[in-house]
Design a protein around this ligand. Structure first.
Ligand SMILES: Cc1ncc(C[n+]2csc(CCOP(=O)(O)OP(=O)(O)O)c2C)c(N)n1
Ligand code: SF4
Length: 491
């Protein structure tokens, strides 16, 4: 049944636009208003207004929050699928709509949409394709047709110079993960009814947790096409639909996908050298075997530890971070792990930021580490200044040629590479470094490290070797107590 009333998911008056406003900001004959209405009707029909979050793009529909009486987020240009992903991951019951124009989705945000679709996020994307940049006055978009005149292609889009129009529905359909892909049109009443059905289907899929749904809507922009509203609708049928065939590409929404849009275990940080790696099964067994929180844990010391582990690629920098984070989780603490590595395949720099906290962690970034594990000289050079006063620097003295220059922190050299080499596996110097940190800071406990290592190793044959690294590092620290700078008391 076609309703002529204003949907309940629209505000009665558009106060954000101006006191008492009842009209939208769209040009006469624009398709955005129609799409808005179809979406609002579907939200009403499914009774999900209270849990819907509308992600507005940059473009003519930037002011979606003027109209939709739902949750609203205005996203950076092209980034709505990334924002929607974040919303989905933390709000499993919310209904997340990513609403995007063709400049937004097919131009600046190509990466975001492809990857969200490829991950099979349980979100709904409405892609309003008017073959032009509307808001900025009619420049060529990736979807502009060959020969179409725009302000940046006054002689018409030229394939040799500008490339060919991008069929986003075809592109999304090339991926295996999406469950629903359809292209529809607003050229006339019959087509608009088909659009209505596609909008409902795409939202229903999300409500039923089926996965990623994508609806491309061919929509008129009479102003920038320099046509009247009725000419614009004819042009869609005569021209636009030839380039962009209107059809259902995929309707594979079968059973709910258990994992769609749910957080998945982070891919293990593989460091080939140390063989540290957690796959999903290992992670599950690790988490289900939590250690009791050690009685002697100096909780005040680890209220929040921000650890930077840095070195060159292949030193096991990233996996040492994973090991620390897993020790924290196993101890009942919160932890984040954020890798960072240079573009080089080998020999580049790498660092891992790990936060361990008794409280939830707001951001995984570590700008001011409480501890730096410097696996090589350049790491000490790069990060020494960022360590908080009173913090700790542990340097792999086998290859770090100097001590810390600062005297307001604790510095501890440990010949990690030599110890690891002597035990027969240079690649486990990272475990020596991490254990030295644990011994000096009292966390994680040696028992926790020993417990977590077997779960963290992909190559089981390295288990014993890594456990010997732990023993060797504990022995080294016991025999070489930390020397504090004159006048500085231990924390
Ligand atoms: C990062 C960034 N780059 C460029 C712009 C300028 N800009 C605003 S809207 C727009 C194009 C929007 O076109 P489209 O996504 O097709 O939406 P429409 O306006 O046609 O609905 C551009 C390039 C911007 N606001 N931010
Ligand atoms: S410029 Fe085009 S897309 Fe933007 S509001 Fe006007 S008709 Fe709609």
């Amino acid at each position: 049944m076609v309703k002529h009333a204003k949907p309940g998911s629209f505000y009665d008056t558009f106060e954000r636009k101006g006191a008492g406003q009842r009209t939208t900001h769209y040009c006469p004959g624009c398709g955005h208003g129609t799409v808005h209405k179809l979406i609002a009707e579907a939200i009403d029909e499914f009774g999900v207004q209270d849990r819907t979050i509308f992600c507005s793009p940059v473009g003519c529909s930037v002011f979606g929050y003027y109209y939709f009486d739902t949750g609203n987020i205005q996203c950076a240009h092209g980034r709505a699928p990334a924002v929607a992903t974040g919303l989905r991951r933390v709000n499993p019951e919310s209904i997340i709509i990513s609403y995007q124009g063709d400049g937004d989705l097919a131009g600046i945000g190509t990466a975001e949409i492809i990857h969200a679709a490829n991950r099979g996020e349980n979100i709904t994307v409405f892609f309003v394709n008017n073959a032009i940049y509307g808001m900025t006055g009619g420049q060529m978009a990736p979807t502009t047709l060959i020969g179409q005149q725009t302000t940046t292609t006054p002689g018409g889009r030229c394939e040799a110079r500008d490339g060919s129009p991008i069929g986003m529905a075809e592109l999304i359909d090339a991926l295996s993960t999406p469950v629903f892909v359809e292209r529809v049109s607003l050229a006339d009443g019959k087509r608009t009814m088909k659009t209505r059905a596609a909008v409902r289907k795409a939202l229903r899929n999300q409500i039923e947790k089926k996965g990623f749904s994508f609806v491309e809507i061919l929509s008129p922009c009479p102003v920038n096409w320099k046509m009247s509203p009725s000419e614009a609708r004819r042009w869609i049928v005569d021209t636009l639909e030839h380039a962009y065939p209107v059809r259902n590409f995929r309707d594979g929404a079968g059973e709910p996908r258990a994992a769609a849009g749910e957080p998945r275990a982070a891919a293990g940080a593989a460091d080939a050298a140390s063989g540290l790696w957690l796959d999903d099964e290992d992670l599950h067994s690790l988490l289900s075997s939590r250690h009791d929180f050690p009685d002697d844990l100096r909780v005040h010391d680890i209220a929040e530890q921000r650890v930077k582990i840095a070195g060159f690629g292949g030193q096991g920098v990233l996996s040492a971070g994973v090991l620390l984070a897993n020790c924290a989780i196993t101890s009942g603490l919160h932890a984040t792990w954020l890798p960072s590595y240079g573009p080089e395949m080998r020999g580049g720099t790498a660092n891992a930021s790990v936060i361990v906290s008794v409280d939830e962690i707001g951001s995984p970034l570590v700008d001011d580490p409480t501890t730096l594990l410097a696996m090589n000289g350049p790491s000490l050079d790069a990060f020494e200044r960022s360590v908080v006063p009173g913090g700790l620097i542990i340097a792999n003295s086998s290859i770090v040629p100097r001590e810390a220059e600062r005297d307001d922190l604790r510095f501890y050299p440990v010949p990690a590479s030599d110890i690891a080499q002597e035990l027969g596996f240079l690649g486990a110097a990272n475990v020596v470094m991490l254990t030295a940190y644990a011994a000096l800071e009292g966390f994680p406990s040696p028992e926790t490290i020993r417990h977590v290592i077997p779960h963290s190793l992909k190559r089981k044959r390295l288990e014993k070797l890594n456990l010997r690294m732990v023993d060797a590092a504990l022995d080294y620290v016991a025999k070489n107590p930390i020397r504090l700078p004159a006048g500085q008391a231990r924390r």
